[in-house]
Design a protein around this ligand. Sequence first.
Ligand code: 5GP
Length: 186
Amino acid sequence: MKKGNYIVISGPSGVGKGTICKQVVENLKLEYSISMTTREKREGEIDGVNYYFTTKDDFKNRIKNKEFIEYAIYNDNYYGTLKKEVIDKINMGKNIICEIEVQGAKQIKKLFPFALLIFITPPSIEELRNRLLKRNTNDLDDVERRINIAKEEDKYKDIYDYVVVNDDLDKAILEVNNIIANKINN
Ligand code: 5GP
């Protein structure tokens, strides 16, 4: 059986990855890989839909048990991709998409060289700060920490197959949609 594709979306927190991802998942009938994290649930987030929320102890146990394809520490919390969310599904021919930060993307590219990596970038850091402040779910320190991480992450853009600027949301969705459609239909 033909293997499915593995699509990785990265980009700074607040850039609109979530919205873009949700739309392309619907349009192209992709399977969203739900990550596990130790961070606090934000308002409106649902366990088992947005993330599997867990404790640091549980996460560390799962690392020991080799349950993750990759994991990273971001802003003092663990985030990781569970093997069970990906491996069997790809082998069954499903197209998987995940939203992860740059360290994880690097690990996935190494383990799955056929993976398609897309980086979403904001038009500017000022615009990113505005979007994070508007989201209003992070305190000011958290916003500044995320901005600093964004500046660092920007340096890793080169490992990605495509970089898409999210200036106009509809245009960015269309662009990401076309890149993925092109990959999965070939
Ligand atoms: P947030 O707290 O804003 O939901 O996510 C913070 C960062 O962690 C984002 O860049 C997000 O893409 C990334 N992330 C989410 N899930 C995973 C994962 O499973 N692995 C890695 N390496 N990063 C993840």
